[in-house]
Design a binder for this molecule. Sequence first.
Ligand code: SF4
Length: 321
Amino acid sequence: MRPTGKLHYGHMAGALINWVDLQDKYNCFFGIADWHALMSDYIDPSNIKSNCKEMLLDWLAVGVDPNKAAIFVQSQIKQHAEIHLALSMITPLGWLERCPTYKEQILNLKNKDLSNYAFLGYPVLMAGDILLYKSFAVPVGEDQNAHLELTREVVRRFNNFYGEVFLEPETLLTKSAKMPGLDGRKMSKSYDNALNIADDMDIVWNKLRTMTTDPARERKTDPGTPEKCPVWDIHKFFNKDKEEMLELHEGCRKAVFGCIDCKKKLMVHLKKTMDPIQTRRAEFEKREDDLKQILESGAARARKVAEQTMDEVYTAMGLLH
Ligand code: SF4
């Protein structure tokens, strides 16, 4: 995951909750992709280090467990840079220029100069991130599927040239819940519409109070449709009380109560889930040495596999090492 600073509820619903589940089933490697951050923030990298720390705190707070999964910072495993270079040798330019996310990112991140050499090649670095650990499966969202397909093409080309070294990684489709932002669009830091994992409950309430609801509910007496309301999507993720959900659904449709009442009910469930997460986050924040230790032992675990893979890569490509 690219360290872009504090993570939001969308990251939690779309990725972290799944990771917590996956770490019990697989040998997981969770990397903080700081090289990827540098790729777009190379002009001013001053926030990358602190963003790595904020992201680590969010992972740990949600329950990613360093005793189960290897948690590491990408740039601390030098083999990421090596495999990137090795795979760059065999990746045709056309594959990268055609990559849909390349064009999309250039359009989306207009405030950044992405005309750098590395940015075109970022799917190669991403392929390297995956292949370095001989991963057989990667949990990605639909929007990242094109990258995984490119990784598989790189594997086929590499194995075809140099012999069977890599496996073609599969897409590990995992459930991800819809988590709209305060304005109803996708929750995103760049839209400034996010509820952050680190936000305390007063901040969350201040944000939630003004959150967009079904536009039909202009007045308290106007009936609404929960399915047209982004607050309802958040309810669906956090509110496990089926009976209350039925009451709220009915109450919205018949205008029995206003949106503020509905949001107050949501706050109760948000608090229930987020309070322990925030307590854990605050505890880890105080344990600077432990955080260092978590990254060191995660890196040692990752490095062991990465070294072995690079030995195979050098041998297969006929280089001295
Ligand atoms: Fe949304 Fe709740 Fe208002 Fe209905 S009552 S529009 S579900 S916030």
